[in-house]
Design a protein around this ligand. Structure first.
Ligand SMILES: [Zn+2]
Length: 436
């Protein structure tokens, strides 16, 4: 975000409504009223009047330096924030002093990523440049915490007001980057050279000689098996890009795949799309990959995730125009946490239409590769961190969205962590994308 961005009245009301639906029950949201003028958003919920300041322009300085950004606005004991004044009547509304609406808008729409100046080697916005990282709160769903503060304020004058339904649901996803077909000696040798997995190398050689299937394909079978044992619903995101420097280029039309793909959908799991490395910003390429998906599955994909998490806020528009219903790319590539400041799926804001997208964002919270490759956790530690994030999501009534790669669960420590995490979520409800 290099210059001030104007936030329309409709956009401010949308951000206030995103706060409100995280704060109170859906029934109360339905009966509430929200309006905005040039300086404040006014919320009326269950007869309580609330005013939240909201300026028309957001600038990088305001976003990064907002006093409220790095502090806990919701009190630990659930009482109203001390900075809130007023009695909640029409003539003396509850008044917040901080621009929670503007910060909510900025976080949910990733405004700081609209025009980044620096990228990581994969062309992504680095977490280290984010306001959340600088404020040491990547691991906090800050927008959901603002909503807690709003709820606490309203409860201070309406103690029995119904809050948002609590509890956590899970969304288990698998990016299928490589299935070991076609055979490539260099990638198979990587099993040994990079991760010391001789068995996986032997499995690849065996499949080349007509014995069994390659290790990475076994990884997918492993996920299916473990998911079935726990009655989990899984989402497999397949690739349809040709081979490139960053895409393995497997071709799902190969006969070997057919019965497995049928089995995935017959078991109630979902197949989605994992668009290739170079599709970011390339709508024709994205559409072509969706066409290939349709060729295989006989239907359009509902959603998926960008390969390498190569995503920008513009990707939402690209995905919506391509007919996709949801995206789950908004997570940090190198850290678990809340890239959009929330664990609650939402419809992001479409600046061109001055209205929300139809597309749903299901933010990614916890990914295997960041736990192992970036944080260098052991399997047990990864399970503990996953458990912590499940609790964070539970507190705010959110969705624990997690990503486990078939290419990686072929390693024993990784498989151990996957099974441990699967055990943590086995009793939870599965998130349905159309719930948003
Ligand atoms: Zn990928």
């Amino acid at each position: 975000m290099t210059r001030a961005i104007e936030i329309s009245l409709a956009a401010r009301c949308w951000a206030a409504s995103e706060l409100l639906r995280r704060a109170v029950s859906a029934e109360l949201v339905g009966k509430s009223r929200i309006s905005a003028d040039s300086e404040v958003c006014r919320i009326r919920v269950d007869g309580v009047f609330v005013e939240v300041p909201c300026s028309r322009h957001l600038t990088p300085g305001k976003f990064r330096n907002a006093s409220v950004f790095g502090v806990r606005v919701a009190q630990a004991d659930g009482s109203a924030p001390s900075s809130v004044a007023g009695s909640g009547t029409e003539s003396d509304p509850l008044r917040f002093s901080d621009d929670l609406v503007g910060l909510t808008f900025a976080m949910l729409n990733r405004l700081e990523e609209l025009k980044p100046v620096h990228f990581d080697p994969w062309g992504r916005f680095p977490v280290e440049l984010s306001a959340a990282y600088r404020s040491d709160m990547v691991d906090r769903p800050i927008v959901d915490e603002y909503a807690e503060a709003l709820r606490a304020a309203v409860r201070s004058v309406r103690p029995r007001i119904a809050g948002r339904q609590s509890g956590v649901s899970y969304f288990m996803t698998h990016d299928i980057d490589n299935v070991g077909v076609p055979f490539r000696l260099t990638t198979s040798a990587g099993h040994i050279l990079r991760r010391g997995n001789a068995l996986a190398f032997a499995q690849d050689i065996g499949s080349r000689l007509g014995v069994g299937v390659p290790a990475r394909w076994r990884g997918l079978q492993h996920l299916l098996r473990e998911g079935k044992q726990r009655d989990l619903r899984l989402n497999f995101y397949f690739k349809f890009s040709g081979p490139t420097s960053h895409d393995s280029g497997y071709d799902l039309r190969a006969p070997v795949f057919k019965r497995y793909l049928t089995a995935i959908e017959d078991a109630g799991h979902e197949a989605g799309i994992h668009p290739g490395y170079f599709t970011m910003g390339d709508e024709p390429a994205l559409s072509e990959e969706i066409r290939r998906f349709r060729e295989i599955f006989g239907r359009s994909p509902h959603g998926g995730r960008q390969h390498y998490l190569r995503w920008t806020p513009k990707s939402w528009g690209e995905w919506e125009r391509a007919g996709l219903r949801y995206d789950s790319s908004v997570g940090w590539p190198t850290l678990p946490g809340f890239r959009a400041g929330t664990a609650v799926p939402y419809h992001p804001w479409n600046f061109e239409a001055d209205a929300p997208y139809r597309l749903v964002e299901v933010p990614l919270v916890f990914m295997d590769t960041s736990a192992f490759d970036d944080l260098h956790l052991s399997g047990s530690e990864a399970i503990s961190v996953a458990a912590e994030f499940i609790e964070k999501c539970r507190t705010v009534g959110g969705v624990f969205t997690t990503l486990w790669h078939n290419c990686r669960v072929i390693d024993s420590e990784h498989s151990f962590a996957f099974r441990g995490t699967a055990n943590l979520i086995r009793e939870l409800p599965c998130y349905e994308v159309n719930e948003c």
